[in-house]
Ligand binder design. Sequence first.
Ligand SMILES: Nc1ncnc2c1ncn2[C@@H]1O[C@H](COP(=O)(O)OP(=O)(O)O)[C@@H](O)[C@H]1O
Ligand SMILES: [Mg+2]
Length: 152
Amino acid sequence: MTFPTNIITNSPAETEEIGKELAKMLSNDVDAPRFVAMYGDLGVGKTAFVRGFCSDICAGATVKSPTFALVNEYKCQTSNKIKKVCHFDMYRIVDEDDLYSIGFYDYLRDDILCIAEWCELIPYALPEKYIRVEITKQDLENNRNISIELIY
Ligand SMILES: Nc1ncnc2c1ncn2[C@@H]1O[C@H](COP(=O)(O)OP(=O)(O)O)[C@@H](O)[C@H]1O
Ligand SMILES: [Mg+2]
């Protein structure tokens, strides 16, 4: 996978596959960003993408939308430096106090891969270097456009 890239998927399984590929790539590259910022409307497939993201590096983890918990943590089984994936849902974040209350900034570390839904709501909190993933619906019901960019 090279950046920027644009991919059309035709099913949740195909979206998961893209997430899986991205996670493998990030976890195998010590210089890659440790934060994935996701953008896109409700029901577009962000959680599906995260499910795929975790499917290989956190095999066996149950990925669910952390809407109420705000952050879910999944343990990584890979032998490299990544210990866990932290999955955020920023939908209910009103201001930076909310981010402090979940300890958001403490998660920005080399040994944690963070992936966050609804980054539209936290533009001020993004790290210097991150992967931007935007999912949009297309004309056909199960088609999605996934754009992936490296921001730094
Ligand atoms: N190509 C696709 N990629 C991802 N999800 C899709 C796709 N086509 C249909 N869907 C459906 O869209 C919904 C996405 O839900 P979810 O991943 O929870 O979205 P979000 O987290 O963005 O609110 C699911 O019901 C899924 O079955
Ligand atoms: Mg979701």
